[in-house]
Write a protein that binds this ligand. Structure first.
Ligand code: AMP
Length: 580
C-alpha cells in the first residue's frame, strides 16, 4: 500500500490541487455523487426519499439543512453501539469530540477513514505550497501537541478529540514523516496523561535538539503562546536539567520519565548557552529564534479567535515568519492555506472541492441578484463556485463521514478565487454573539474592541493576556461584561479609560443606539487575577477537552455556569463605562 512507504512528491501534489480546483463545479458534482453512492443505504438518507438520485438539485430538494442538534439522536445511537447503517453506509467506528467552545461541552461527531484521508490531503497540499516558499531540510520540529485520552462510548466505539483520533491513526505517522512533520518529542510525551508535564518535556526536547529544530508548531497559536509563557517561568529549571542530565522532579509520569531519560544527558555547555541567551533577552523579545537558530517559521492556526495572540507571538518570533495553518473542524475539512507568505491577518483558505460538498448561505441578501425570498423561511444557500467576492456566508458541509447539509456555524468571507475554487477568510463563529436587545455583537466586533482598548495599556508596557465576555442580565437594563486578564498592574485611571474605550469601540448600530438611550447599561470591565484563563483551560481539560483544540470561549452564556463561576470568583477589580 502507498501509505506504508509514502513518498512526498511536491510537484505532483501541487499539480493535483491545480487540476481539481480548475474544474471545481464538476468536481463538486462528482464528489456529491460519490458521497451519496457510498452512503445511499444509510437510514438517514433513505428516509429522505432520494431514491438513488445523486444530483445536487435532488439532494437540495430532499435533504434539509440541519445543525448538530438534529443529528444528535443519530450520532448517539451510533455511539451506543447500533452498527446498522445510520448516517453512513459503512459503520462508524470512531467518534470525535469537537472542542465545544460554543456550548461549553464537547459534541460527538462521526470520524472515519475518509475523514482521515481528507485531513492528510489538506496537510499534504498546504505543505507542498509551504515547502516551495520555505523549504525544510531534514530536521525536526518543536510541536506543542497533546493527545488527550481516548475512551470507549457506551457502545464500545473509540472516542477522543479529532486531533487525538488523528494522532492515534497509523496512517497519520506515515504521512507526517513524508511531509517532514517530525516532532522532537517522543510519543510518550505527546501521549502523556498530564498536560503540564508534557509541555515541560516538549520545551526540554526542543532545547536538547535546538540546532535541529526547523519550525515550531501547534494546532492553534494559543498553545504556542502558552508554551513560551510557561518557558518564561521554568527556563532556569530547564537549564538545570540539561546541565545535570537529570529530569526535574515535576515530571512524575513513569513512561514520560523513562522516555526523557533516554534523551537527557548532562550537557553543561548547552545549559550555559541557553542560560546566556535567555539572560540577554529584553522582555523575551525574539525568544524563538534565539533558542532555535535554525527555525524557519512558526506554524499553526493563527486566524479567527487566534488573532488576538498574534502580537505576543510576533514578540516571541522577532523576524521569523508566522505561517497560518489550514481551516477545518472535527466535522470535516474545508480548505488549505496555499499562500503561506501572506501574514496571518490576510490568510485565506482555498477549498478542496473533492473532500466534501459545500454550500454557502449568503449573510447579506443581495436584492438585485436574488428573487425575493421573503416567503421562504429556509435560507437559500449557493454552491461552491457561485459565491461572490467580498460577500460573507455561513458554511454548510456535506461530508463522507455522515453529515449532510450540516450548518457548521462558521462565517467566512470570499476574498478571491484560486482557479475556480473560492479563497475563504475565516470571519467568526456565527452564534458567538453578545446580544441584549437589538444589538448583534460578533466575536470579531469583540476582538476589535479589545484590541482598541488594549492600546490604552501600551504606555505602561502592559498587555491583555486573554479575554472573554458575557451579558449580565441581572441588572436592569442588562449590560455587556468584558473580562480581562492583564500582564501586570495597571492604574485605576488607565483601566477606567480602557473600560470607556471598550464601550465606545463596539460599533454595531444596535449597540450604539441602545447605549445612547440606555436600553443597554454601561459596559463593565472586570479584571481577573493572573492565571484565571489558565484555570479555564484546566477546567476544559478536566471536562474531557484537549489542549490541542482549546480555544478560549469569547462569550460565556448564562448556561455555562462553571466557567462563569471561575471567572467571577477571580475578579479583582471592576469598572463601569462612563463613555455614554
Ligand atoms: P474543532 O471542531 O474543535 O476542531 O473546532 C473547529 C472550529 O475551529 C471551526 O469550526 C472554526 O470555528 C475554528 N477554526 C478551525 N480552523 C480555523 C482557522 N484556520 N482559522 C480560524 N478558525 C478556525
Amino acid at each position: 500500500m502507498l501509505e506504508k512507504m509514502e513518498e512526498f512528491n511536491q510537484e505532483k501534489v501541487i499539480e493535483e490541487f491545480e487540476a481539481t480546483t480548475k474544474d471545481a463545479e464538476r468536481v463538486q458534482t462528482e464528489t456529491l455523487k460519490k458521497i451519496l453512492e457510498e452512503n445511499g443505504s444509510a437510514e438517514y438518507l433513505q428516509n429522505l426519499g432520494l431514491n438513488g438520485r445523486t444530483d445536487p438539485e435532488s439532494f437540495k430538494n430532499c435533504v434539509p439543512l440541519v445543525t448538530h442538534k438534529e443529528l444528535e439522536q443519530y450520532i448517539q445511537r451510533i455511539a451506543d453501539g447500533d452498527s446498522s447503517p445510520i448516517l453512513t453506509g459503512k459503520p462508524i467506528t470512531t467518534i470525535s469530540l469537537s472542542s465545544g467552545t460554543t456550548q461549553g461541552r464537547p459534541k460527538f461527531v462521526p470520524f472515519n477513514d475518509e475523514l482521515m484521508e481528507s485531513t492528510m490531503q489538506i496537510y499534504r497540499t498546504s505543505f507542498a505550497f509551504r515547502n516551495k516558499e520555505f523549504p525544510l531540510g531534514n530536521g525536526k520540529s518543536l510541536q506543542f501537541i497533546y493527545s488527550s485520552k481516548q475512551f470507549k462510548t457506551k457502545g464500545g466505539l473509540a472516542a477522543g478529540t479529532a486531533t487525538t483520533n488523528l494522532f492515534r491513526n497509523p496512517q497519520f505517522k506515515t504521512t507526517m514523516k513524508a511531509i517532514q512533520f517530525q516532532p522532537c518529542s517522543p510519543d510518550e510525551v505527546i501521549f502523556g496523561p498530564d498536560f503540564h508535564q508534557s509541555l515541560y518535556c516538549h520545551l526540554l526536547c526542543g532545547l536538547i535538539f535546538r540546532d535541529e529544530v526547523e519550525f515550531v508548531f501547534s494546532t492553534f497559536a494559543h498553545s504556542i503562546i502558552h508554551a513560551f509563557r510557561t518557558f518564561e517561568h521554568v527556563w532556569e529549571e530547564l537549564c538545570t536539567d540539561i546541565r545535570d542530565g537529570v529530569l526535574s522532579s515535576r515530571v512524575t509520569v513513569p513512561s514520560v520519565r523513562a522516555a526523557m531519560s533516554k534523551l537527557l544527558k548532562p550537557n553543561p555547555e548547552l545549559a550555559e548557552l541557553i542560560y546566556e541567551k535567555c539572560s540577554g533577552l529584553s522582555n523575551w523579545y525574539r525568544l524563538v529564534p534565539e533558542l532555535f537558530p535554525n527555525a524557519k517559521y512558526i506554524y499553526g492556526i493563527m486566524t479567527g479567535s487566534m488573532e488576538p495572540y498574534l502580537k505576543k507571538l510576533r514578540h516571541y518570533a522577532g523576524e521569523l515568519p508566522l505561517l497560518g495553518a489550514d481551516y477545518g473542524s472535527s466535522e470535516g475539512w474545508l480548505g488549505a492555506n496555499v499562500n503561506p507568505k501572506l501574514p496571518p491577518e490576510l490568510a485565506t483558505f482555498s477549498v478542496l472541492p473533492n473532500i466534501g460538498f459545500f454550500e454557502f448561505i449568503p449573510l447579506r441578501e443581495n436584492i438585485e441578484d436574488q428573487e425575493p425570498n421573503f416567503l421562504s423561511v429556509e435560507p437559500r444557500p449557493v454552491g461552491l463556485t457561485e459565491v461572490k467576492i467580498g460577500e460573507e456566508y455561513e458554511i454548510i458541509l456535506t461530508t463522507f463521514a455522515g453529515l449532510y447539509r450540516y450548518r457548521l456555524g462558521d462565517v467566512v468571507k470570499v476574498m478571491g478565487f484560486h482557479n475556480s475554487t473560492p479563497e475563504l477568510k475565516f470571519v467568526c463563529r456565527r452564534n458567538l454573539l453578545l446580544t441584549v436587545n437589538i444589538d448583534k455583537t460578533t466575536e470579531k466586533d469583540l476582538q476589535i474592541a479589545v484590541e482598541e482598548a488594549g492600546k490604552e495599556l501600551g504606555e505602561d508596557k502592559l498587555e491583555v493576556v486573554d479575554f472573554t465576555s458575557h451579558v449580565d442580565s441581572s441588572t436592569d437594563p442588562a449590560h455587556y461584561v468584558v473580562f480581562w486578564e492583564i500582564s501586570g498592574e495597571a492604574s485605576e485611571e488607565v483601566l477606567q479609560e480602557c473600560c470607556n474605550c471598550l464601550d465606545r469601540s463596539f460599533l454595531d448600530a444596535g449597540y450604539v443606539s441602545s447605549r445612547k438611550v440606555s436600553t443597554i447599561g454601561a459596559l463593565e470591565l472586570r479584571v481577573v487575577r493572573r492565571g484565571t484563563f489558565q484555570k479555564l483551560l484546566d477546567h476544559c481539560l478536566a471536562s474531557g477537552g484537549a489542549v490541542s483544540q482549546f480555544k478560549t470561549p469569547r462569550c460565556i452564556g448564562q448556561a455555562n455556569k462553571l466557567v462563569l463561576q471561575i471567572l467571577c470568583d477571580n475578579v479583582v477589580k471592576s469598572y463601569f463605562s462612563a463613555a455614554f
